[in-house]
Design a protein around this ligand. Structure first.
Ligand SMILES: Nc1ncnc2c1ncn2[C@@H]1O[C@H](COP(=O)(O)OP(=O)(O)OP(=O)(O)O)[C@@H](O)[C@H]1O
Ligand SMILES: [Mg+2]
Length: 485
C-alpha cells in the first residue's frame, strides 16, 4: 500500500506489522517524537465520535480530538514514509500516499472522521512532511504580515498592523526545532546550542530569523516577515492613508531630481515598503544597484543589479558584508545605489557614495525621528572607528543626505509617513533641517483609533529651485498647511 515512499527498513516494517495486529498503540508511543504525557491509549478512549456530542463545547472538543489524532497520524507517517524518496514525489502522489496511510491508521484506531475533518487532516499532514508544519497555513494566509513564534505553544501573527494570538501550536519544542532545522538546512545553515541564532530566507522570499534554547529561554523564538509578491506601490500607500497625494508629488520630485533620501523608522514601521515605493520614481534608463541582507526590494525598472550580503558560515568564514557589496557596487558603474538598511560600518561608503556622484541614492535606518536619524548616522560613523571631529562628521552627513522620510507604526496599528524633513546644511556645529510635511495627531476615537491628518508645515522647500530646474514645478498649494478639521 505504501509502496513508493514507504521506508524499507525491516525493523520499521516489522513494527508496522505489529501495529496492525495489536492496534499499534505501543508501537506509536515508542517513536522518538512521542510525547510521554500523551499516551496513545488515552487518546483512543477520548476519540469515539459520540463523545463529542455535547452541544456547547462541541467545537473545542472536536479541535482537541483532531489535534490528538493528528499527533498520532503524524507519528505513524514519519514512521512509514521514506522521507528521502519524497523529495522527487509530486504533491499529488504524496497527498494520495498520506491519505492512504492516514486512513489505515484511522481504521486501526477505530476513529471515524467526516470528509472535512479528513481533508483538513491530510492537508496538515502534507504541510508537516512537505512544508513548514503548523506555520504553513499562516504563511499561505494573505492577510498575515508577520509570524512570531514564542516557543511551541504561542504563535502570534500581525494582521492590519495588529498582533493577534493564533490557536496554531507546535506539539512541543522538538517539533518546533525540527521545522526550524528544515528551514535553515535548506539554505545550508545550521542552528544549535553552539550557534543559536540564524537568519535565512524562505523559498518564497520571506525573511526568517530564529533563536533556539538555551539563549531563547522559554523555547525557540522565530520571526517571519512574509514576502509580499505585490509590494505596496505609491498609489496603494496613498489609498491606505500612509501619506497624501501632495506628499507623493513632492517625493516624486525629490527622487526624480536625485536627492539622497533616507527612510527612517522603527522595526516593522514600513521602511522597506516605503523605499520600494519611492524607487518607482526612478527613471527606467538608470542603472540601479541594490544591496540587502535579504533581498526584499522589488524594483520595476529594467536595469537593476541585486546583491545580497552573506553572513559568515559555521566555521566563521565566507562573510560578504554589506560594506563589501557596497565597495564593489561602486566599481560597477551604478547611477544609483539602494542599500536596504544601513546599520554598521557601511555607513561610511554610503555617505561617500551619496557625496561623490551617486546622488539619488537611498537607504533606510532605524530611528524614531529625523533628528534621531542623524544621531544614528553619527554613532555609526563613530563605531566604524573613523576618528573625525564631530563637526566634520556632521558636515559630511549634511552634504550627503538631503531628505529624511520618517515611517511610523502608530499605536492603532496604522502605518504612516509621519514626517518629511529636508537637511539644509550646517549652522555652526549643528545640522540644520526643516520639516516640510508632518502627520498631525489630534486625538483618539473611543475604540482607540488615532484621529489626525497630514499637513504641510508651510515652510518653503529648500530644493524648490532645483525642482523647477528639473521640470518639477510643484504648485505652491502643496506646501500650504491644512487647517484641522
Ligand atoms: N502603509 C502601510 N499600510 C499597510 N501595511 C503596510 C504599510 N507599510 C508597510 N506595510 C506592511 O507592513 C509590514 C512591514 O513593512 P516593512 O517590511 O516595509 O517594514 P520595515 O520597517 O522595513 O521592517 P523591518 O524593520 O523589519 O525591516 C509589511 O508586511 C508591509 O506590507
Ligand atoms: Mg525592512
Amino acid at each position: 500500500m505504501f509502496s513508493k515512499y514507504k521506508k524499507v527498513d525491516p525493523l520499521v516494517a516489522k513494527a508496522t506489522g505489529a501495529q496492525a495486529t495489536d492496534g499499534g498503540a505501543d508501537n506509536v508511543t515508542e517513536l522518538p517524537t512521542a510525547a510521554p504525557e500523551a499516551p496513545r491509549k488515552s487518546i483512543m478512549k477520548a476519540a469515539p465520535v459520540q463523545a463529542v456530542a455535547a452541544a456547547g463545547d462541541k467545537e473545542k472538543k472536536r479541535k482537541e480530538r483532531l489535534g490528538d489524532i493528528k499527533l498520532e497520524l503524524h507519528k505513524a507517517l514519519l514512521d512509514n514514509l521514506n522521507l528521502a524518496a519524497l523529495e522527487n514525489a509530486t504533491d499529488q502522489d504524496l497527498k494520495a500516499e498520506i491519505q492512504s496511510i492516514a486512513q489505515e491508521s484511522l481504521d486501526e484506531m477505530g476513529v471515524v472522521l467526516n470528509r472535512d475533518e479528513r481533508q483538513t487532516l491530510t492537508k496538515e499532514l502534507f504541510f508537516e512532511v512537505k512544508g513548514l508544519g503548523p506555520l504553513e497555513t499562516l504563511l499561505q494566509d494573505e492577510t498575515v504580515n508577520d509570524i512570531l513564534v514564542n516557543g511551541p505553544q504561542q504563535i502570534f501573527v500581525e494582521r492590519d498592523g495588529k498582533l493577534q494570538l493564533t490557536d496554531v501550536t507546535f506539539k512541543d519544542e522538538k517539533h518546533l526545532l525540527r521545522i526550524i532545522d528544515k528551514i535553515v538546512s535548506a539554505v545550508g545553515r545550521r542552528v544549535d546550542e553552539s550557534n543559536p541564532y540564524v537568519d535565512a530566507r524562505l523559498q518564497d522570499g520571506s525573511r526568517f530569523n530564529a533563536m533556539v534554547p538555551p539563549v531563547a529561554v522559554d523555547g525557540s523564538l522565530v520571526s517571519i516577515r512574509k514576502f509580499k509578491k505585490d509590494k505596496l506601490g505609491i498609489d496603494d500607500l496613498v489609498n491606505f492613508g500612509a501619506f497624501t497625494e501632495e506628499m507623493a508629488a513632492y517625493l516624486q520630485a525629490a527622487v526624480s531630481t536625485r536627492l539622497n533620501v533616507i527612510v527612517s523608522g522603527g522595526t516593522g514601521s514600513g521602511k522597506t515598503t516605503t523605499l520600494n515605493a519611492l524607487s518607482s520614481f526612478i527613471d527606467n534608463d538608470e542603472r540601479i544597484l541594490t544591496i540587502e541582507d535579504t533581498a526584499e526590494l522589488q524594483l520595476q525598472q529594467t536595469h537593476v543589479g541585486r546583491m545580497e550580503s552573506r553572513p559568515p558560515n559555521v566555521e566563521g568564514k565566507g562573510e560578504v558584508s554589506p560594506r563589501d557589496c557596497l565597495k564593489n557596487a561602486l566599481r560597477m558603474r551604478p547611477d544609483r545605489i539602494i542599500v536596504g538598511e544601513t546599520r554598521g560600518e557601511e555607513v561610511i561608503d554610503m555617505l561617500q557614495a551619496m557625496n561623490t556622484g551617486h546622488d539619488g541614492s537611498m537607504t533606510t535606518i532605524h530611528a524614531n525621528s529625523a533628528r534621531d536619524g542623524v544621531s544614528r548616522l553619527e554613532n555609526m560613523i563613530a563605531m566604524a572607528g573613523i576618528e573625525m571631529p564631530l563637526k566634520a562628521v556632521r558636515s559630511q552627513i549634511s552634504s550627503a543626505v538631503n531628505l529624511i522620510v520618517q515611517a511610523s507604526r502608530l499605536q492603532d496599528g496604522s502605518r504612516r509617513m509621519t514626517s518629511i524633513t529636508e537637511i539644509t546644511g550646517m549652522e555652526g556645529d549643528v545640522i540644520s533641517m526643516q520639516e516640510i510635511f508632518k502627520y498631525q495627531r489630534v486625538g483618539l476615537t473611543p475604540d482607540n483609533k488615532i484621529i489626525g491628518h497630514f499637513t504641510a508645515t508651510g515652510v518653503r522647500s529648500h530644493f524648490s529651485e532645483r525642482f523647477k530646474l528639473w521640470g518639477y514645478d510643484l504648485p505652491a498649494a502643496i506646501f500650504e498647511p491644512v487647517a484641522a478639521q
